[in-house]
Write a protein that binds this ligand. Structure first.
Ligand SMILES: Nc1nc2c(c(=O)[nH]1)N[C@H]1C(S)=C(S)[C@@H](COP(=O)(O)O)O[C@H]1N2
Ligand SMILES: [Mo]
Length: 341
């Protein structure tokens, strides 16, 4: 057996696959809202992450050998550290809940270190290349993969059982992994912006909502025009990718009462700050331009005078401070999967 076919090569390749899978399912987890899809994605994400932990003793041996042999491993060490921090923070979020230290939650740390790991992983893979071989697809590799997968699944089950038996906060998380804060009490619900947006000042006397449809003049609705069209209360869950959720009674104007159901293109919903999300035409029947929550007008932080309520979608779709709704020819998916501002 040559040096290059040491089992370490297979361990490294397995770790790479696990990391890529954990990243992909983490990304996917931000895109889904409803159980059981959310549950499935969360479980697979957790098992892949724990798989990395299962392989870490073998990786430690490889790393020790590498540290003796090579120079210039600062970036490799940084890579190992951010992966370890991300794993630890992921477990803390899942078991202990929305702990915050100086306004930073375990989930923030988990996501930020995972994002930081991506360029380091690319650099590492390019500089310490491991070539897959045809013989990697052997019976022995398959048995090892099953052993690692099985151990990681058992570890996931054990972690969930301990969390539930010990009554840790993690036992009460939603399928998405989020924790409940302020349901039924809008003032207790966090005010959250995606990245850099700020709560704008909006003068209700001069405010107007613009509604554009193809081939028709743009509609201008004042705040009073909107209030005159407000429908019944509707309960919906706002589930922020920051790791919290709240169920509230929302009231406002359903989009299909303004637009009908457009027969093609997409519905762009834009805020006074420029924050925009694009929706498939059929969503008009569920999307609500809410003016009220919990029976009272929205506060500025929660999107006054009008914010979108998008049942079944994660919080970043719930555009606040809406000023323009327009039916446009672009398909709904011609936008970044997550907002860029
Ligand atoms: N205009 C605008 N709307 C926005 C955001 C933003 O940054 N700008 N953040 C979104 C995100 S990420 C979430 S979770 C919800 C939070 O709503 P809340 O502050 O009312 O709890 O608003 C969404 N709507
Ligand atoms: Mo969010």
């Amino acid at each position: 057996m040559g040096v290059s076919s040491r089992p370490s090569r297979r361990t490294n390749l397995a770790l790479l696959l696990l990391l890529a899978g954990a990243l992909a399912t983490g990304w996917l987890a931000f895109g889904v809202e409803g159980a059981p899809q959310s549950r499935a994605v969360s479980v697979v994400h957790g098992v892949l992450g724990l798989g990395i932990l299962v392989l870490s003793p073998w990786k430690t041996v490889i790393v020790r050998r590498g540290l003796r042999r090579r120079r210039g491993h600062a970036l490799a060490v940084a890579f190992a550290v951010v992966v370890a921090v991300s794993l630890l923070a992921g477990v803390v979020h899942a078991a202990l809940g929305p702990l915050e230290v100086a306004g930073v939650s375990a989930l923030d740390v988990h996501v930020a270190s995972a994002v930081a790991a991506v360029p380091l992983a690319l650099f590492h893979v390019v500089h310490r290349r491991q070539r897959p071989r045809a013989t990697d697809l052997s019976r022995r590799t398959a048995l090892r993969a099953i052993a690692v997968g099985g151990t990681a699944t058992l570890a996931y089950g054990a972690l969930e059982s301990v969390t539930s038996v010990a009554g840790l906060p993690g036992a009460h998380r939603r399928a998405t992994g989020s924790y409940e804060i302020g349901s039924g009490v809008p003032s207790a619900m966090p005010v959250t912006q995606w990245f850099t947006d700020d709560v704008p000042r909006i003068d209700l006397d001069t405010y107007a909502l613009l509604v554009s449809r193809p081939g028709q003049p743009t509609l201008r609705l004042s705040y009073d025009d909107l209030l005159a069209r407000v429908g019944p209360n509707q309960s919906a869950v706002l589930d922020c990718t920051g790791g919290w959720w709240a169920e509230q009674a929302w009231r406002g104007v359903r989009l299909d009462t303004l637009l009908g159901i457009p027969d093609h293109g997409s519905i762009a919903v834009r805020s006074v700050t420029g924050y925009t999300r694009r929706f498939p035409p059929d969503d008009a029947a569920q999307l609500l331009l809410a003016t009220h929550v919990g029976g009272v007008p929205l506060s500025p932080g929660h999107g006054a005078p009008v914010r979108l309520v998008a049942p079944g979608r994660r919080g970043f779709w719930w555009v606040k401070w809406v000023e323009h709704v327009s039916v446009e020819p672009e398909p709904w998916w011609s936008q970044p999967p997550f907002p860029l501002q």
